[in-house]
Design a protein. Sequence first.
Length: 618
Amino acid sequence: MTDLLRVGLSGLLAYQRALTTTSHNVANAGVEGYSRQRVELSAQVAGSPFGAGVTINGVQRLADVYANSRLVDDSSGLAANSRLADIAARVDGLLSDADTGLSGAINDFFAAAQDVAADPNNPSAREVLLGRAASLGERTNALAGALNRLDGEIDQRAAASVSEANGLLERLGRVNRDIAAGAGNANDLLDQRDRLTRQLAGHIGIRTAVQDGDQLNIYTLDGHALLLGPEARSLGLQPDPADPDRQRLVVQGAGSNVPIGAPGGGELGGLHAARTQVVTPALDGLGALVGDIARAVNAVQAAGTDLDGQPGAALFGLGTLGAGAHAANSGGAALSVSLADDGAIPEGRFTLRYSGGAWQITGAAGDAPTLSGSGTAADPLRIGALSVVVNGTPAEGDRFALTPGADLASGLRVNALGARQIAAAGALSPTLGGGNAGTLTVSGLESTDPAASGARTPASIVFEDATSYRIDGGALQTLGADGIIDGAGWRLTVQGQPVAGDSVALAPTAAGSGDNSAARMLAGLAGSAITGSGGTPAGAYADLVAAGGVVSSRAEAARDGFARLQAADEAAREATSGVNLDEEAANLIRLQQAYQAAAQVVSTADQLFQTLLGAVRG
């Protein structure tokens, strides 16, 4: 009878625990990340040869560790590409939209220049050109401002993400501590830890490892520890020593902060990718493009003559170029950066480093643009159109950051010129000799160097025969088949057949001239390869828009791919861990019946025992 009572009692306890666990499953069916639990039972093998009842082996957590691991990666990839796709789409919209982009403003400006070339003395055409220039400057400043605000938003979002990630790390540390101490239901704690780990992966890419005692360790993708058992380390943002206006991500420690070079995955990885792949290239490319346009336009103005007979003034002003000193610099050097008259403005960001007694340069992507010069005022460092003069003495390892595109994009302006100051005419005007007997004609006269001493000086070209000439009585020169005659700061193109004694006189263009040679040069810039990439202004801007669109499209495709992977892995997890209410309801009925049967066994044992006691008493 005692065996019968013991067997029945073991069944009561086992099915009571099973009913409790099934009820727990039902109660948590709607809890995110909950894993279904099941009581593991086995027959007792020791004791009576007729059976010793049932043993509770424990409560099993039905979890697919591989699906959970994949879901961590999915969360990280989805968050990163969602943020990248969002920001890339916004930049693409800014660049390509008719109301915010530069495409229409560029085309309108050069169309207005064409109108001036068609009627150089028309005041209305000149006023329209000035208005189009102002629109180009305003649109550039508005676009650069929007990109800079988006860059600042990236820092703000990063700060919020870091704060949330640190809160998750603290909670994960407490869960690890509770698991080690055996506080609470270990299965529920493991579910909570998995859920928190996935949430953390949504902020930063991580790697995980389980150590003895079922403690979870978490590391960044480049190996920095974020969680070691119950001990959590915090993420932080601090000013980048190479660019104090921006923040860099660090792992905070008791002695020092360890920088994370390029966070991968999660919200922070997506923000970093958005800055380096979209916002910064767009801002740098925009500045280089408008800088090239402004320099080319100003060069045409300088080579021309306005309606008052004066050399053309600069139409556009550009932002001030700077060189940011690294916070760790120990020398006394400072760099002065300006634009030279020749060369193209380089796109991108660069670092000048003083090493081994010489200057070295690297790009943000690790590339090395061409660097020449020594850095003195007489022989400045040159990177394309950038001219850099080193003032003071640098120390070994000193670094300076160059951001020409961002500097120029934010500072483009239109100078206060009047309509008469548009230099539509050339610097010099040609006149054929009155006694010319040949078929000589002038097809073009352009300034090649407005700063040259002869750029606005009268000159006389006299032909000795059909193929030779002298300039101001100088050395005899040969006329090529192209009809080009190069002088001191000018280039004359002639056609026809000259004879001995034929001449062309060049004189400074007078006030009120109806000449349109400079205006034609200005309009011709629309189809000229004046940008650093070797493209036309409109073509280079289209390339800038296309580059942003490619990143946006790629990020959207990656985001959608990770969303599909996450859905598939969620389904795989639910297949193992999800709570099926119909199944649990059936289990409740089955377990209730088993519990009632075990109770009946106990009741039967009690009746038998009472019968036996009654017999003994009788």
